[in-house]
Design a protein around this ligand. Structure first.
Ligand code: SF4
Length: 375
């Protein structure tokens, strides 16, 4: 099993919190799809495994036309072994979804749509500098559902200073009422070098509070469980059978190929990432070279990544798998740290595995870093 990620690096407007690579400039727009197709040729031997999931992310993939999506998918089919029914996801912004766009998407084999709703309230969308209006999200969801898309996910953000508890409850209730089977919910984080960081420093926007975020995260976990959603990864919740194959592959050590500027790839032994510059990307691909930087993963890197990704899931770390994958010394270090957590409310330790409790999910990064080894 393997996945392919396609990065579409255009956004009409930059959201304040965003640190993904994207540009509002359309200067190289017409060269973008031919460059992606060429990279799919240049990288056709990167993966040995069958492709089980394809993910159009960004940026804003919903800016692609149906024809462009089909050309990319045809090239993948031509160059790779693709399973008979791969999950094919497209991230979309609500302002791009109208009846014509839905019809275009239905002319492709996209079978899952992930919609960047973030909040159903105007004050939050303004704080985040999102382009869409609150009313456009509901319209987009209903239009996609009416056309036959039942496999849908939405993104929500909690911890926004403008989002009080009543509004957060309303956002979650609406998710259920709108029959959304998959939710990705992220804490608002002030990333370095974002507009959000600058605006908070200049006191033009209210700062983010850890307590506010934690309170909303605790409510989120309980509410989704009460509504029969599985909390299968720190930020991801789904109804039975709606787990995202593509997202799950990132947490399960499954190889993937990333295509497009800034896209990351992983083949179990190394990671590589393409340059985050569209002009440079297009130029290099034009001369039949993929502009990437590569890092070989040391045994310690592989161990630390396993700990970090496995602990983010509800399955946690399986002891038999740990024994199969890692050395006796590594396991002994692991057990030493684990013994400090024997009576901790942050971890559930059974005979077979260890996983985070609800309270532990709040500290997922800190807890996994305590298990990390150094070279
Ligand atoms: S739409 Fe997504 S990728 Fe584009 S600026 Fe906003 S958060 Fe970033």
């Amino acid at each position: 099993m393997a996945g392919i990620y396609i990065h579409i690096p255009f956004c009409k407007k930059k959201c304040h919190y965003c640190n993904f690579y994207s540009t509002p400039s359309v200067k190289h727009r017409d060269k973008m799809v031919p460059a992606l197709l060429e990279e799919l040729n240049l990288q056709k031997n990167y993966l040995d495994e069958t492709i089980d999931s394809i993910y159009f992310g960004g940026g804003t993939p919903s800016l692609l036309s149906g024809d462009e999506i089909n050309r990319i998918l045809d090239r993948i089919q031509h160059n790779f072994a693709v399973s008979p029914q791969p999950e094919i996801t497209l991230e979309a912004n609500p302002d791009d979804i109208n009846l014509a766009k839905v019809k275009e998407l239905r002319s492709t084999t996209i079978n899952r749509v992930s919609l960047g709703v973030q909040s159903f309230f105007t004050a939050d969308l303004l704080y985040l500098n999102r382009l869409h209006a609150a009313s456009q999200s509901e319209y987009a969801i209903k239009s996609l559902q009416d056309s036959g898309y039942s496999n849908m996910s939405i993104d929500l953000i909690y911890g926004i200073p403008t989002l009080d508890m009543a509004s957060w409850k309303e956002n979650l209730l609406k998710t259920i009422q709108l029959d959304i089977p998959h939710l990705s919910a992220y804490a608002l984080t002030v990333e370095p070098n974002t507009n959000l960081q600058v605006l908070i420093q200049k006191r033009k926007l209210a700062d983010v509070s850890d307590n506010h975020s934690a309170q909303q995260f605790r409510y989120l976990m309980q509410f989704m469980r009460d509504n029969n959603f599985e909390h299968y990864e720190v930020s991801n919740f789904c109804l039975p059978t709606f787990q995202s194959k593509h997202n799950a592959s990132y947490w399960s050590g499954i190889p993937y190929l990333g295509i497009g500027p800034s896209a990351h790839s992983y083949d179990t032994k190394s990671r590589q990432w393409n340059c985050s510059n569209l002009a440079e990307y297009v130029e290099k691909i034009d001369s039949h070279k993929v502009p990437f930087t590569k890092e070989l993963l040391s045994p310690v890197n592989i161990y630390n990544e396993y700990i970090m990704t496995a602990l983010r899931t509800n399955k946690g770390i399986n002891f038999a798998e740990l024994a199969r994958l890692f050395s006796e010394n590594q396991r002994s270090d692991f057990n030493n740290i684990l013994s400090k957590y024997q009576d901790s409310p942050l971890l559930t330790i059974s005979a077979d595995s260890v996983s985070l409790t609800d309270e532990g999910f709040l500290f997922a990064d800190r807890i996994s870093s305590e298990f990390f080894l150094s070279d």
